[in-house]
Design a protein around this ligand. Structure first.
Ligand code: GSY
Length: 174
């Protein structure tokens, strides 16, 4: 089994519902088990700033899928939830990015893991550190907590709904 961390974001329509549906779709795959989900954070858009605020979460999954297969599944979920790619940094109903896959460095035409911009993004690191406070960047070998300290602008990330650390699979079982 492999452990991966995914970043999910939504900034159109019923943002919380899109995130919940994406987590359910991930967990309904026979080879993916969602183990933990961060709280929801409302975050100012990074990159193309003339768009609505995002809700972002990070989930920890256990999976027997290899990275490319996991990527295909993430893209399929984006499609199922109606994502239309209008332009690269534009608004989206749902976005799923693979952040980490074990402690592996994956380089292919379609995939770079660790996600190449994750260490610069407070909207990724704050929810990631909530569920995995001691993780280390597999290439930089620095704790993510130190990488977060280096980001100057963290004000754009606000706790929106706390999940109180309840494991997702417990929520699904009960
Ligand atoms: O890369 C993920 C999509 N995205 C986001 C996001 O999820 N959150 C915030 N705050 N800004 C973003 N810009 C892009 S592109």
């Amino acid at each position: 089994m492999n452990i991966a961390y995914l970043s999910l974001g939504s900034n159109i329509g019923e943002r919380e519902q899109f995130l919940n549906e994406a987590v359910l779709l991930l967990n309904s795959h026979a080879n993916i088990n969602v183990m933990q989900q961060s709280s929801l954070y409302e975050t100012d858009p990074v990159g193309f700033t003339e768009q609505g605020k995002f809700l972002n979460i990070v989930v920890k999954i256990e999976t027997s899928l290899q990275p490319e297969k996991l990527l295909n599944q993430c893209l399929q979920i984006e499609k199922d939830l109606g994502r239309v790619r209008e332009f690269k940094w534009g608004p989206r109903v749902i976005d799923l990015d693979i952040l980490l896959y074990n402690q592996e460095n994956v380089v292919s035409e379609s995939l770079l893991i660790p996600h190449p911009r994750m260490h610069e993004r407070a909207f990724v690191l704050i929810p990631l550190l909530e569920i995995a406070p001691y993780l280390v960047h597999p290439i930089k070998l620095s704790p993510f907590s130190e990488l977060l300290d280096e980001i100057p602008d963290k004000e754009g990330v606000r706790l929106w709904k706390q999940t109180n650390g309840v494991d997702v699979f417990v929520r699904f079982e009960s």
